[in-house]
Ligand binder design. Structure first.
Ligand SMILES: [Mg+2]
Length: 373
């Protein structure tokens, strides 16, 4: 087996997939999913990676436009410029450039897919994953009324899910959480604020211990490790950091400040699977459980997340895959395999273990461009 990675061409596809229903979180509402797929060709092998961004800076500062630009100007020419000894050398080269972690994660996933197909191993296996199936749980967006939210949660429970996450923000919190908790006293329930609260809300948030939540996710701004640490000290409910954990270094700082009881690792936010593994291992060393978060997108991104969710310290259900109901088309030839309504099989075929349906991709593509070596 050739142990080097030599990429001949990279094609970027901007895609646009309608959502089956709109999705609202604290910062806004989404009705269509836009993103970028990268296809890398190496000899007869092709690998895929997805940048889980949006047209506007909705969850991250990166956008479809910024990913296209930085990949065109910097990352694709870099990847095509030489042969690479392995993924870690590619990651080190990408990390010479600041930020743009969603773009880096997509291109790194493409390289993992190629690498896995070269060696006949799944990405999950190469990472050290230990689970063949992972439990998933849905993220329920904000609804106009508490009754509407209870109805949406009931719908998810009927699908077979056990872990329910609801989005909260000031004015969309106590009444809504209380309504869901009253309707479903025993359900495994967590809330995600996507940074919607301020340090002045700390005492009020601490009162949410009364709701017996699995965790409260990212109540404060991503830069507020100090206030998250204060909340951790004040609540018995575990505090989970999501947006704050952008790098292994920030994860290390958060652990040392006791700013998180749980960490949500989004593969795209931390710059790829290599950094995901580093944060996973670091958290394990500090006995902090993690779980793998998700963003709306296609099955290509989901496959990379499932590989990460198979890791041993990924102890809580993942969002990955549970968002499928929102996306009208996931661009795969064969859908990801489900069991019992709430479990997804970690792809075990070489690479990411998925195949892109080119006709469906073509139908969703709004722009494409190719660079060659
Ligand atoms: Mg979150």
């Amino acid at each position: 087996m050739d142990t080097t990675i030599r990429i001949d061409s990279i094609t970027a596809y901007s895609f646009r997939i309608p959502l089956t229903r709109s999705f609202r979180i604290s910062v806004g509402e989404m009705t269509v999913k836009e993103g970028i797929l990268f296809e890398g060709r190496s000899g007869g092998i092709c690998g895929w990676g997805e940048a889980a961004v949006d047209r506007i800076p909705f969850y991250t500062t990166e956008t479809v436009g910024s990913v296209l630009d930085v990949s065109r100007q910097v990352f694709c020419p870099l990847l095509l410029s030489r042969s690479w000894s392995g993924i870690s050398e590619i990651v080190a080269a990408l990390d010479c450039y600041r930020g743009h972690r969603f773009a880096k994660a997509a291109l790194e996933a493409m390289c993992w897919d190629i690498r896995g197909k070269q060696g006949g191993r799944s990405v999950a296996h190469m990472l050290g994953g230990t689970r063949a199936w992972v439990e998933t749980g849905p993220s329920v967006g904000m609804k106009p009324s508490p009754a509407g939210l209870v109805e949406a949660v009931a719908h998810e429970l009927e699908q077979g899910f056990h872990r329910i996450k609801i989005k909260v923000a000031p004015g969309k919190d106590d009444e809504y959480i209380q309504a869901v908790r009253t309707a479903f006293p025993a359900v495994s329930l967590m809330v995600d604020a996507n940074s919607a609260y301020h340090p002045a809300d700390l005492a009020r948030l601490a009162e949410w211990d009364q709701y017996n939540l699995l965790m409260i996710e990212q109540p404060f701004n991503e830069h507020d490790l100090h206030y998250h640490a204060q909340l951790c000290a004040r609540m018995t409910t575990p505090v989970c950091l999501d947006e704050s954990i952008e790098t292994p270094h920030l994860a290390d700082c958060a652990m040392k400040m006791h700013a998180a009881d749980i960490v949500n690792i989004k593969v795209c936010r931390v710059g790829g699977l290599t950094h995901t593994l580093r944060i996973h291992d670091l958290c394990a060393k500090h006995q902090i459980p993690v779980w793998i978060g998700s963003r709306l997108g296609s099955g290509v991104a989901t496959a990379a997340r499932l590989a990460a969710a198979s890791l041993p310290n990924a102890s809580f259900p993942t969002d990955a895959g549970a968002e499928r109901a929102y996306v009208a088309d996931d661009l795969l030839t064969t859908p990801l395999e489900t069991r019992n309504g709430c479990e997804l099989r970690v792809p075990s075929a070489p690479g990411l273990g998925i195949e892109v349906d080119r006709a469906r991709l073509a139908a969703c593509t709004t722009h494409q461009e190719t660079q060659t070596r």
